[in-house]
Design a binder for this molecule. Structure first.
Ligand code: HEM
Length: 367
């Protein structure tokens, strides 16, 4: 055993050791630099940019896992740090996506001819196989059944995932996603408990909760002639009334992952967002919508870059290439029901005044 002097000064931390820099900068091995191949200068950039993306994907997953854990709790206290930290960490995820979207520009300095010098050496590997990218999608709530060309995902042969990655992605998809957890949290919010609303004046005869009866009237009155059908959508989205939306496809287009009850609470939060007590919840919902949009921006930038780089050739990962990416761009939104709530907003000045019992119970007195 090594003889260690008990009085020796503890070894001070060293930058390179702490960050394991050697490991990182020793992890680029361009195939074109190997014996027998013609070195392609831009392969180094190609590797480093992918690695930089993967490091940031790791950080995104770390933040999203924190959010999943909070939303997995049976009860979330609005007055604890939990929701505020979720809000804060989703903001961080957004900032990372802004950076990831800018990074595409660095890759754009590689021309299609530069890429052609080493492209064949990569086949059949592809960004399609990025496990972390799939885990981010699954954690946010992208379901296999809603994926474009879901047959591509089931391949474990060339261009597909390794068995381990495939199983790992499936395990995460089987766990409750942030979308599902947020829906459950929204359903639990007590806004419409009748104990707050028994004095609330409503002149409508509809057999609805007094708040919704009032809101529905105002919404309906604000629709233009061409928008009259929207009241049927409203009744389906918030009250599960299927009587006037006959086709299954139309229903799925309006709402397929959030529940009517969850969307009621989400719309309520959006409408009353200016009240401090709804701010944190509002910012969380807004961040989820924005993350969806930032991911779509990345998909779009990547698609445009791919079109320029390989035209209409198939991808190294054996999909149809640009055609697949375009389908994924259009289809892989997770929070479109939340962003779609804008269809059902009414003007601020027409908003019903909240009952005092509700605002008091939720913790805000006026002195
Ligand atoms: C020369 C640069 C690039 C080209 C030509 C390219 C091309 C492609 C193609 C054709 C696909 C479709 C799958 C296939 O058949 O291969 C794909 C998917 C993908 N690529 Fe790239 N890519 C490039 C750079 C990058 C970079 C820097 C990243 C960063 C991580 C990336 C991440 C991805 C991801 C995550 C997918 C799956 C997208 C989805 O399913 O929505 N790619 N890429």
């Amino acid at each position: 055993m090594e003889n260690v002097c008990p009085h020796a000064a503890p070894q001070s931390m060293y930058y390179g050791t702490y960050l394991q820099i050697e490991k990182i900068i020793d992890s680029q091995a361009p195939v074109s630099f190997q014996d027998g191949n013609e070195p392609a200068h831009d392969e180094m950039l190609f590797i480093i940019i992918h690695q930089a993306y993967e490091l940031w994907f790791k950080q995104i997953l770390f933040e999203l896992d924190y959010c999943s854990n909070v939303f997995s709790k049976e009860k979330i206290n609005d007055n604890s740090e939990d929701l505020n930290l979720v809000r804060h960490r989703l903001q961080r995820v957004k900032k990372i996506y802004h950076l990831l979207n800018q990074q595409v520009e660095i890759l754009d300095t590689m021309t299609p001819l530069d890429f052609l010098e080493f492209r064949n050496l990569l086949t059949p590997s592809s960004g399609f196989q990025s496990k972390q990218f799939r885990l981010i999608e699954a954690t946010l709530g992208l379901q296999m059944n809603n994926r474009h060309h879901k047959d591509y995902y089931k391949r474990t042969n060339e261009g597909g995932f390794t068995k381990d990655d495939f199983n790992n992605i499936n395990e995460v998809e089987d766990k409750p996603s942030i979308q599902q957890l947020v829906n459950t949290w929204l359903e639990r919010l007590p806004f419409f408990d009748m104990k707050y609303w028994d004095d609330f004046a409503t002149n409508s005869s509809e057999n609805l909760h007094p708040f919704w009866s009032n809101y529905r009237e105002v919404y309906k009155a604000g629709l233009t002639e061409r928008e009259q059908q929207k009241i049927n959508d409203f009744d389906f989205v918030f009250f599960d009334d299927v009587s006037k939306i006959e086709s299954e496809d139309d229903r799925n287009g309006l709402r397929n992952s959030f529940s009517a009850k969850g969307l009621q609470a989400a719309l309520f939060i959006m409408m009353y967002r200016d009240f401090p007590m709804f701010q944190t919840s509002y910012q969380i919902l807004d961040s989820l919508i924005e993350i969806d949009h930032l991911m779509a921006t990345w998909r779009h930038k990547h698609l445009v870059m791919v079109r320029r780089m390989i035209g209409m050739r198939v991808g190294t990962g054996n999909t149809s290439g640009a055609g697949y990416l375009e389908g994924a761009l259009n289809k892989h939104f997770v929070y479109k029901e939340l962003s779609g709530l804008s269809t059902y907003l009414i003007e601020r000045r027409k908003l019903p005044t909240l009952p005092e019992k509700l605002t008091k119970e939720l913790g805000f007195y006026t002195y």
